[in-house]
Ligand binder design. Sequence first.
Ligand SMILES: *[C@@H]1O[C@H](CO)[C@@H](O)[C@H](O)[C@H]1NC(C)=O
Ligand SMILES: *[C@@H]1O[C@H](CO)[C@@H](O)[C@H](O)[C@H]1NC(C)=O
Length: 195
Amino acid sequence: MGSSGCLRCICCCYNCLVCLILAAFAISIFFLVYYQPERPIYELKDFEVKKFDIHGNILETDIAVSVQAINTNSKIELRYGKENSIDVEYWETKICSGSIPPFLQPTKNTTTVNTSLEGKTEVSQSFQDSLERDQMEGRIPLDIEIEMSIIFVIEGINWRKMETKMKCILVIDSLNSDKKTKIFNKKCGIKHEMA
Ligand SMILES: *[C@@H]1O[C@H](CO)[C@@H](O)[C@H](O)[C@H]1NC(C)=O
Ligand SMILES: *[C@@H]1O[C@H](CO)[C@@H](O)[C@H](O)[C@H]1NC(C)=O
């Protein structure tokens, strides 16, 4: 009696577990089919040097960038939080950084966010020499690293978080603030991670 009751109990638990797994599976299929979540698309649109001055060994920079964010979802809004950053590096030395203000992006929306990246960095003599060489040749390689953290919002409810890392290699003609920067080459890689 005792042992068969126990067996029944285990059997019942097992059935419950199978039911739960099936239900979870059905719910996620429903979400995917009904809400069709799609990743946002980011593009670095504009890059303008406002300030690039070296005094002694201190480099002061101010660069204005535009990042276009496209939400292709028709039933999902995207919440951009405070955790995001945009960094600019020259030969692995970070020269300036900034972030975009938090906002909620509606469905089927394209937003261009403008932000200013500022930095005050101590730079070595070899950094300055290499920069001078690149400036003279008119080809300066820069790495732009964009890290975004967004939340998929369904019917006003925070559903899932996604982290995106995007790295672009730009080759520009000049870092002088007195003329328009020309971008020769832009190559971006992107990586998404659901959290
Ligand atoms: C896209 O979303 C932004 C931010 O909420 C808003 O300011 C803008 O008007 C929207 N654009 C369109 C075309 O709806
Ligand atoms: C951002 O800059 C672009 C051009 O660089 C401009 O078209 C857009 O209106 C600006 N957006 C805001 C919110 O100022």
